[in-house]
Design a protein around this ligand. Structure first.
Ligand SMILES: CC(C)(COP(=O)(O)OP(=O)(O)OC[C@H]1O[C@@H](n2cnc3c(N)ncnc32)[C@H](O)[C@@H]1OP(=O)(O)O)[C@@H](O)C(=O)NCCC(=O)NCCS
Length: 171
């Protein structure tokens, strides 16, 4: 099932976050950087995020176990083509074994409904160009808006921005 995340989900979300980063970005982001990722540090960040009322977070649960999450809120971009959109999908991560079963789409739909209730009607997401999950955003109708360089663990990578002018078309 999909449900709104609670503060007490921070450890489980952090564990999925770190695990999914390691499986998703191996071979894209330097190994040395991936090895530094620690669940305790991410947990502290999630506890902060889950305390913010304007931050929407949902989890996917299989047999009582958190296997994925999505988070979003107001768009952080202040300039460029992305800044014309109100909302942003900050992160969506599933454990490897939970991918390809429809959880990603259901999480996006839950986030889109929640943001629309908060008066947010358009959305962007940033994704590493080398991440095959780009195809997921394209499948959901995202339009490529911009491209930027980001530095992760000492390596410069290309990041693409996808946008939806109407959040209700994200399906
Ligand atoms: C990206 C992710 C959230 C997608 O969730 P998912 O549950 O695997 O995807 P779904 O099963 O809901 O797929 C929905 C649709 O998107 C398509 N899709 C999913 N991943 C895709 C991909 N990499 N390329 C192309 N299409 C993809 C599916 O085939 C499905 O299409 P359909 O309607 O024709 O059946 C998930 O795979 C994931 O966590 N990946 C690793 C982490 C990651 O990269 N996160 C994004 C960081 S920006």
């Amino acid at each position: 099932m999909i449900r709104k995340a609670a503060f007490s989900d921070a450890p489980a979300i952090a564990a999925v976050h770190v695990d999914s980063w390691k499986t998703t970005y191996r071979g894209i982001v330097p190994d040395a950087y991936l090895e530094t990722l620690a669940v305790e540090e991410k947990q502290a960040l999630w506890e902060k995020g889950l305390s913010q009322a304007d931050h929407s977070v949902f989890v996917a649960e299989e047999h009582g176990r958190v296997v994925g999450f999505i988070s979003g809120g107001r768009n952080r971009a202040s300039d460029g083509p992305a800044a014309r959109y109100d909302g942003e999908l900050y992160a969506v991560y599933l454990l490897k074994e939970a991918q390809g079963k429809g959880w990603g789409r259901r999480l996006v739909q839950a986030l889109a409904r929640d943001l629309a209730q908060k008066g947010i009607h358009s959305l962007v997401v940033w994704v590493l160009a080398a991440n095959p999950s780009r195809g997921f955003y394209e499948r959901l109708g995202g339009e490529k808006l911009a491209e930027e360089r980001v530095e992760i663990g000492g390596t410069v990578l290309s990041e693409w921005c996808y946008g939806w002018q109407d959040i209700q078309t994200m399906n």
